[in-house]
Design a protein around this ligand. Sequence first.
Ligand code: FAD
Length: 522
Amino acid sequence: MHYHCTFKYYYEGINIIYTRALIARPSLILELPSRAMRASTRLFRVDGLVALSRATRSFPKLARGTVMSASGSDPNSVSGARRARVAVVGGGIAGLTAASHLARAGCDVVVYETGRGPGGRTSTRRGGPERPEWQWDHGAQYFSCKEPDGPFRPILEEWIAAGCVAEWTGVFGVLDATSGVFTLESSDAAGSKDGRGSSLAPMKKRFVGTPGMNAVCKSLASAKNVHVLTSRRVVGFEGGPTDTSPTAKWTVLHRSSDSSRAGDALTRDVGYAAIVAADKQLASDRSRRVYGEPPPAEGLRADTVRDGMRAAGQTPSFALMLAVRADEGDAPLFNFDGAVVEGDDVIGWIACDGGKPGRPGGGDFNVSSGYKDRPRTRCWVVQSTAAYAAERIKAKMTVPGTSPHAALLEEVAEEMTAATVAAARRARNVPAQTRSESPIIPEVVYAAAHRWGAAFPIDSAVVAEIAESSGSRPGCLEEPERRVVGCGDFCVSPKVDGAAISGAAAAAATLAFLGIGLGASL
Ligand SMILES: Cc1cc2nc3c(=O)[nH]c(=O)nc-3n(C[C@H](O)[C@H](O)[C@H](O)COP(=O)(O)OP(=O)(O)OC[C@H]3O[C@@H](n4cnc5c(N)ncnc54)[C@H](O)[C@@H]3O)c2cc1C
C-alpha cells in the first residue's frame, strides 16, 4: 500500500506551492519537508501536511519530492475540503476587513500589500532601535463611530474586543493660530455655544489602535486563513471569468516593491476565484509615470471598478513627526492632546502622540534600552493644510526614493516645524520677536516629514452614484460577471470607518459571487 501526501510550502515566502509525494508508509511524512527542501534550496517555509490519500491508479504518478508549480496543483484543496481562494490587493483597513470577513466565511485569502507591513494610511512610524520610545501615527489620527446604529459599530466592537483598539481621552479643541486662543470642544455631544455665543465643536468619542494605529490592520492580518504578502506590488491580472467560462480563475501578477531588489522577477499566482481590489491607486495613471506600466486595474477589465476608482479624485497631505524635549522643567509644546488649527496656511492639526493610550514610551525614560542619559522626549504629529500640501507638491513633483523627494521632505519638515513653533508661541503669548532660543518652547530634537500623495479621496458621492447605477450594493463597486469587487474609503467616506464599511460590503459582494452564505461573518 502506498500513500500520496500533499504539502504546502511558501516559495521564497511568497508563492504558495503544493508538493506531492508518493510514500510507502505514513510515518515517512515527517521526512518529506526536508527532502523537498533539498529539491529546491529556495523553499524555506513549510506549512505542513494538507492532504493524505491512498494511492489509486487514477492518481497522477509523481516522483518523490516533486515540486509542482501552483498551476499544477489544486490550490483550493485544504484538508480535503474545497475552499475558494480570493486575492485581496491592498492591506489597509478596507482590504483587511474584507479579508478577515471572507476568511471567516470559509475562504482562503491572500492579501498583497506593497508596503513593508499592513496598515496603509493607518500607519505607525517608529524610531527604530536607536530611539525605541519614539512612535508616531503619521496617517489616521483617530477614528469615531458617528452612527451608533450604523454598520461600523459592530466592527469597532470587534476591534475593541480583540484588544487592538482603545478610547483616546484627553483635551481636544480648536486652536486659533492667529490669536493663539484654544477653544475646548463642547462637553455636549450635540455641540453648544460658549459664553461669547461662539459655536463649540461637539464632543465625540475618539478611538485609536494600540499600541499604534497600525495595530488594527495587524490584528486583522493575523486572522486564520488570511495570508499577507508584504513588499509585493501587484502589477496586473490575467484570466478571470468570461461568458464562455464563467468560473475561470484569476492570476495575480506581482513583484517586489523593495527598492533594494530592483529588477525582481515577475511572479504569477494562479487559481483565484475572485479579486478584491482595495485601493483606488490600482486604477491610477501614476504607475505609468513612476514605473512605465499600465495601471494594474486595466487587467481586471471591470469598468465599474475602474470608473469608480478614477472618479474619486484625491488630495495630498504632509505629516510632520516631531520629538520634543520633555525633561523636568520643560513645559509641554501645547497644553492639549489634539487640536484642529484654524487660521494657519501651513498646518491644520496638532496632536500629542505620546498621550495616546498604550504607547510604549510616551516620552518616558526607557531605562531598559540604556538611554537614560538622553533627554526625555515626547512625540507630536502635525498635519499640513490641504492647500499647503497641494502647493508644495505642485511646485516640485518628486518620486519616492529619489533625492528630489528627500529634498522636498526636508524643506517641508522645516516649514511645518516653523509654523508649529510659531503657533506654540502665540498660544503662550510669546512676542513674535523672541526667537527660538526662548526656554519657554521646548527644544525640537527631531523633525521629519512624510508625504501622503493620495491622502484623502475628494468625492465619494460620485463613486456611490457609479456604484448605484451599476447595481452594486452600497459601499463597494461590483462586477459580478468578472468576480471582481472594488473597495476602500473612496466608496463611502474618507475615514477609517468609511474604509471598514466598504471592506465589509466588498466581502459580502464576493461571497455572493461565489455563492457562499455569509454565516456568522457579517
Ligand atoms: C494624514 C492622514 C490623516 C488621516 N486622519 C484620519 C483621522 O483622523 N480619522 C480617520 O478616520 N481617518 C483619517 N484618515 C483617513 C484614513 O486613514 C483612511 O480613510 C483609511 O485608512 C483608508 O483605508 P483604505 O483601506 O481604504 O486605504 P489604504 O489605507 O490607503 O490602503 C490601501 C492599501 O493598498 C496598498 N496598495 C496600493 N496599490 C497596491 C498594489 N499595486 N499592490 C499592492 N498593494 C497596493 C497600499 O499600499 C495601501 O496599503 C487620514 C489619512 C491620512 C493620510
